[in-house]
Design a protein around this ligand. Structure first.
Ligand SMILES: [Zn+2]
Length: 744
């Protein structure tokens, strides 16, 4: 209780400045989400009116009918949206919780005994049993819990509602780690039936994983509260988002006396015996002929222990609420009345005993040694001092044993550890990890070939190295990680490039329907091979070119919303620690503006040179670099090409120094001639030639210049009339040096 209260205070402080409407804590944001949908679908009002009319009619019928003792069986499915943290709730916790929710809906929760005497006569029984389904939508056996790994478990909203099962057959419940800014301070929310008509894929409950405990009374009623919204209950102060503010709202339920409602404050006497809005409360009822039937004098005290209030001492629904819920459940709105039909109970296996199913084998690579700006250690050199860690995360049954197998000369090629296995590898390349989990009901094996990468320490070059990604095979030692196995990822691309028609691409353009799976929160990496930079004593730049755009999806706010970014990191201990060297974001990265369609560069002029100074600290005998892309909610594609090391930053106009072992070309790429900068040797004799990409000689010249001097030789555009890639060879004292030149 105390912890929750502390959290509440912190949340209030955080949101106080956002807007008046959010100046109060909102343990449940059902009302906010209702209001957003109402703005989007104004016709929702008509549905609600019809619903209330049906409700009134049914309620009237009900009062004349025999007492309704029907118990309704309702199939549910729990989706755990997780990233292998604490939010990955265990099966056992969820089974226990689901059982508890049913006790509440059968009025069998023990704490109804603590209801204050005033409300004992009003405790209602919704009369619903919630059953974890035993058949999935395809008819396959299930225990009613599914799991999905996503970064959207953090800062979640409707887009984290992956994989909904048909909402007229199952009530969907998603558990997530944290809510996003729009639901700051919220524990959960759900949609009313009328709202679900318009966006059925969002119908159901989404709830923080920390609000599922059945032993903590302050959170145990969170799902029962949200299920109340699913069955059309409002908060007792009405369908607003302002508990504790004003009398005058209504929840359309007579035996919940008028109240301002309560912000979380526990069962204080002030809350329990709050009469602020309820003094003298009574309701007059007319018969079907409009003649006075009766006047009922309801309590003059708010029902602060009501599960739909925010007191966190909630213990009961009222009889009126139970009737309203049953009306919603038996109504056609959003197909609620299909849930309990015999046909649906058979299709979902809701009444069958939970089957004994084999486990689902699963594991996660542990976070590595705490490293600056790192999230996980997936990349290490062979025989690195740091180990990879693999953690068993198998589920779906009581696991009695596991069997691990690893390729690449693992220190532990096999293991039966139920927890974590630490491993080093002696053979470079992608590691194949196999995990078999066993239970009394059978076993299941997961094989993953793209989990961790063991890097070679053999260097591929250093100063003077260049890579223009002309073939997919060029990337054989540039491992790409798509951590969440989704559409946002690095890839080799043919169809654009500098000087040739291929490059790297980060696919940030969202081609999905955007119902689920927003890119925000994702990240993906590509790693370089090892470079020997230890001999570089002068300036050293990591150079490359990028071109990118954004997509504003018609969202107002202009370029301030452009939030894709890419960081460049370096490691000198084989991937054990990474340090950030530079980064690009916003319109600086997305230099081509807004594109409504997927961006593909069609001109060399769209490419921007990038240069990152590599400090001497990071010039090791084996230096690795990492490009980490963070897609945002306005992403479009980003292309990267012509990675090379040089003593000068890409794109500068003027050389500063030159050495006899290399030469430089400025500007490069160029559209109007260029300058060669080099140092002559002892004889002063130099020659230069330019060949096009087919090897055809297009220009050559030779001179004798001052010996051991720095020279600038200007070559006009006429030497390279056609746009494209060229190779410039400079010969100093008989030694050839070649560099790539791009003309556009
Ligand atoms: Zn609520």
């Amino acid at each position: 209780m105390f912890n929750k209260f502390t959290l509440v205070v912190a949340a209030m402080l955080c949101i106080a400045g956002i807007s008046h409407a959010q100046s109060e804590l909102q343990p449940c944001s059902a009302d906010e989400h209702y209001r957003k949908l109402l703005a989007k679908y104004p016709q929702l009002v008509g549905y609600e009116k019809t619903f209330e009319e049906q409700l009134g009619k049914r309620m009237a019928e009900r009062t004349t009918a025999a007492a309704d003792t029907t118990i309704y069986d309702v199939p549910i499915v729990i989706h755990v949206i997780h990233d292998y943290g604490a939010e990955n709730l265990s099966d056992t916790i969820l089974y226990d919780a689901a059982q508890y929710w049913t006790t509440v809906y059968l009025k069998e929760n023990a704490d109804t005994a603590d209801v204050i005497p005033t409300f004992v006569p009003y405790v209602g029984k919704p009369g619903m049993r919630l059953h974890l389904a035993t058949k999935d939508p395809n008819g396959n056996p299930t225990k009613g819990i599914v799991r999905f790994q996503s970064y959207l478990t953090a800062a979640a909203d409707d887009e984290a509602k992956f994989g909904p099962w048909p909402q007229n057959k199952y009530v969907n419940i998603w558990f997530i780690g944290t809510f996003g800014a729009e639901d700051l301070g919220v524990a959960a929310y759900a949609y009313f039936p009328s709202s679900a008509v318009f966006e059925p894929f969002y119908d159901g409950i989404i709830c923080l994983s920390s609000y599922v405990s059945v032993s903590d009374p302050s959170v145990a009623k969170t799902i029962p509260h949200e299920m109340g919204h699913v069955m059309n209950l409002y908060h007792p102060w009405g369908n607003t988002n302002n508990p504790g503010v004003a009398c005058g709202g209504t929840d359309h339920v007579d035996d919940t006396p008028p109240t301002k409602g309560h912000n979380p404050s526990g069962c204080t006497p002030a809350a329990l015996y709050d009469t602020a809005c309820a003094s003298g409360y009574m309701v007059t009822y007319m018969d079907s002929h409009g003649v006075l039937d009766s006047v009922v004098n309801y309590p003059d005290t708010a029902n602060s222990q009501n599960i739909m209030d925010y007191t966190y001492c909630s213990k009961m629904f009222t009889k009126g609420q139970a009737a309203r819920m049953r009306t919603a459940l038996t109504g056609t709105t959003a197909g609620r009345n299909n849930l309990y039909t015999p046909a649906n109970l058979a299709a979902t296996g809701a009444l069958a005993p939970m089957p004994d199913l084999p486990p689902v084998a699963d594991f996660i690579v542990n976070r590595g040694v705490p490293a600056t700006s790192d999230l996980r250690a997936y990349f290490l050199t062979f025989n690195n001092a740091t180990s990879f860690g693999f953690r068993n995360a198998s589920w779906n049954d009581t696991i009695t044993g596991v069997s691990w197998a690893f390729s690449n000369g693992a220190t532990n090629p096999t293991s039966t550890s139920m927890g974590t296995v630490s491993n080093k590898f002696s053979v470079p390349g992608w590691v194949t990890v196999s995990l078999t989990a066993t239970s009394n009901a059978g076993n299941n094996t997961i094989v993953n070939t793209q989990t961790v990468y063991v890097a070679d320490t053999t260097t591929v070059g250093g100063m003077g190295y260049s890579q223009n990604f002309s073939n997919a095979s060029d990337l054989s030692n540039w491992p790409m990680f798509n951590f969440y196995n989704n559409q946002f990822k690095w890839q080799f691309y043919t169809g654009a490039g500098i000087g040739d028609n291929s490059c790297l691409r980060y696919r940030s353009f969202d081609s999905s329907d955007r119902i689920t799976g927003n890119a925000v929160g994702d990240h993906d990496d590509i790693y370089t091979p090892a470079f020997n930079l230890s001999t570089s004593t002068d300036d050293l730049y990591l150079n490359f070119f990028t071109t990118a755009a954004y997509t504003n999806h018609g969202i107002a706010g202009g370029t301030t919303l452009v939030n894709d970014s890419m960081e460049v990191d370096v490691s000198v201990n084989g991937g054990a620690n990474w340090y950030r060297l530079g980064g690009y974001g916003g319109t600086r990265l997305d230099n081509n503006g807004n594109y409504g369609v997927e961006f593909v560069p069609n001109s060399a002029t769209t490419w921007v040179p990038r240069a990152i100074n590599v400090p001497a600290t990071y010039r090791a005998a084996q230096t690795f670099f990492r490009f980490r892309y963070h897609p945002g909610n306005t992403g479009n594609d980003m292309y990267l090409d012509n990675f090379y090391f040089d003593g000068f930053p890409a794109g500068i106009k003027e050389a500063i120094t030159a050495s006899p072992s290399s030469f430089n070309i400025y500007p490069n790429p160029s559209s109007s001639g260029f300058t060669l900068v080099f140092k002559t040797g002892n004889t002063g004799s130099v020659a230069y030639s330019i060949k096009d990409i087919t090897g055809k000689l297009v220009y050559e010249n030779s001179k004798v210049l001052a010996s051991n001097s720095i020279q600038h030789e200007q070559i006009s555009r006429s030497a390279t009339p056609a746009a494209g890639m060229y190779f410039v060879t400079l010969t100093v004292d008989g030694v050839n040096m070649t560099q790539k030149l791009v003309i556009y």
